[in-house]
Design a binder for this molecule. Sequence first.
Ligand SMILES: Nc1ncnc2c1ncn2[C@@H]1O[C@H](COP(=O)(O)OP(=O)(O)OP(=O)(O)O)[C@@H](O)[C@H]1O
Ligand SMILES: [Mg+2]
Length: 744
Amino acid sequence: MVASRTPHWIQNLGLSSGKIAPVIPLARGITVHPLDTILKPQSIAVVGASRHEGSIGREILHQLIEFDFHGKLFPVNSKADFIHSIKAFPSVASIPDPVDLAIIVVPRGEVLSAIDDCGKKGVTGLVVITAGFSETGEEGKEFESQLAERVRQYGMRMIGPNCMGVINTDPAVRMDATFAPTLPLAGRIAFMSQSGALGVAILNIARQLGIGFSYFVSLGNKTNVSGNDLLQYWEDDPQTDLILMYLESFGNAKKFMQICRRISKRKPLLVVKGGRTEAGVRAATSHTGALAARQGLDVATGALLEQCGVVRVNTVEELFDLAMAFSKNPLPRGNRLGILTNAGGPAIMATDAATALGLSMATFSERTCHELRRLLPPEASIQNPVDMTPQSDRSKYDACAQILLEDDGIDMLLVVFVPPMMINAMDIIRGLEQLRHKYLKPVVGVIMATEEFFVELNRDHPNHMALYIFPESAVNALAALNHYREWREKPLGECKRFEVRKGAADEIIQEAQQQGRSELSGEESLRLIGCYGIPVAESIPAANPEELKRVARDLRFPVVLKAVAPDLIHKMDIGGVITDLRSPEELVAAAEKMTESVIRHRGGTAAAGNLGFLMQEYVRGGREVIVGMSHDPKFGPLVMFGLGGIYVETVKDVVFRVPPLTDLEAHDMIRHIRGYGLLRGVRGDAPVDFDALAEILQRFSQLAEDMPEIAEIEINPLLVFPHAADFRAVDARVRLVGDRKERA
Ligand SMILES: Nc1ncnc2c1ncn2[C@@H]1O[C@H](COP(=O)(O)OP(=O)(O)OP(=O)(O)O)[C@@H](O)[C@H]1O
Ligand SMILES: [Mg+2]
């Protein structure tokens, strides 16, 4: 029934509405995107438009008019003939002209019939402002799934529900379909917000700070159009240079990462992530799971964002600080900072902050020093930071800034101005504005002035340079620019697929599953990772002391003996690991001692009944590392690497990344642990073979990706050496999906 109602813009293309391709070539060079009807509509119906001042139905209509929407507007209201001096229609279907976008503001109970009304008309874009859906509980959730289904049936795209609207400042569109009290400034930043209220606040503050937007989208419940959809839309959008996000959840995190990785190479993405809660309490048996859970969801978020080049900020204030720097400056070519000031204190603060954040203080060329000396009074400092002394006026600022910007040894410039009585701050800024556009270098200012000054500034020069009240904020923003540049210049690396014995690995898992087990034995776990080419210590199981004696005759010594029992996790703690056994006699004696110890620790002789053993090749020396994987409820598998053995518990020196890992990411992971120096070698030790270690991490990442049946894997320790041939995993644990609620 729905298929016959073809949207007008699709009719025009001669396509049926059954299948909408993501991007439809219209003519050479022109394309229509399914989200265009929402973000670039030529006609809008406001369904639920109202005469009551202060109601959302009235405010949205008013805002659309006030911002001078470039297309046709149709208020829809069953009771009123006209609203806000415009003719109103009783239904969308009764509007004689085509309608691209319907903004739905009716009460929740009327939303579905409003959608049907839009469906009759062939409307393809919806923004549902109405709230009371999944955010309110079970009943709302049910309403939301009905809504989602209805929208899907009609082949529409919908933003919301429970959102505060959309904005496109493009002069050819000029749509402000929000109920924010201020009109937006036009600019080149696209902004999506998962929180409506915060979105409004941000629009207000942005206006005050002179930050302009290309688009603003309040995502609401993300029932149909997701954050990922928007990112892809903005990826190629010529009006957008910078993307800002306020997010509380990631939706499809894996896809989010793929998209971000790609976009970050072209446009910076700034994210402030709300909801830094602990991941759900999980009874994690492994170090990996426990560490991931302890450090909370934040671990995953941090790993994910860092890996895909997203600039993560911690507060909304910082989001503005960085948005200002990123939107008003080119990227620096390096990390060398020059500082120009008329007062010592703030410049010293800036210098400290710069050094702490990985910027370096530029060394000036001889020519720069010479010219500064010629220009400035003897009491001025011509070293970096250049302190011109308080009586410096605009001409001094202009001349010195120019000298510094000309110096090839300076990649970015910070200008500090503490206003003395006799010198006008606005004058200084005018000078810098003229100058900075001549150089392809970031220039930011610190003006330690009153609030009135900034009000005046934003009124007279809404597009002013990036300005801050405090030096630390300015330096933080410059450091973020530099950090992003470094990421952008760094190649992503290659995601290799290794030849592995997946079939054999599957068999190990299936066998355990058939026996109703959710844990693999140590021996099985080692065999499993061995299938993926990770070197493991040769291991032979023995079910009881008799079998152990039989096997002992044929072993190559020295060996290690380990206790094996179904629920035994930390063997070492109860005398369940004895190393460096050099003969069958020593081995048998060790088995007796171990049995005694385990009985003592576990109480009674019953424990001895089901005690088995594992005999393992003894690996001498080496440095112990841990390689793990655990599932985050939101992000799926996370790979962990760190110092292993006893260090895991004491120093918790580990890093997390999201698989699949590229070769460069694997190396990056290794370099990022604090104990990297230990692996590189202290006091003349040779470094471990980092290429071999990185390959193991990649093989492990492939395993984590290939096997959704695995909830957790942990190799602890993997013994690593200067020669790849010596590497051995000596202990591993694999837990399968299905024994915990969180994986349901
Ligand atoms: N085959 C081996 N060769 C040399 N040393 C070994 C071998 N197996 C174990 N070890 C040493 O014994 C320690 C404990 O071994 P293992 O990891 O098997 O016990 P565990 O009780 O599981 O320890 P954890 O709970 O810390 O994982 C290892 O960290 C390592 O130092
Ligand atoms: Mg262990």
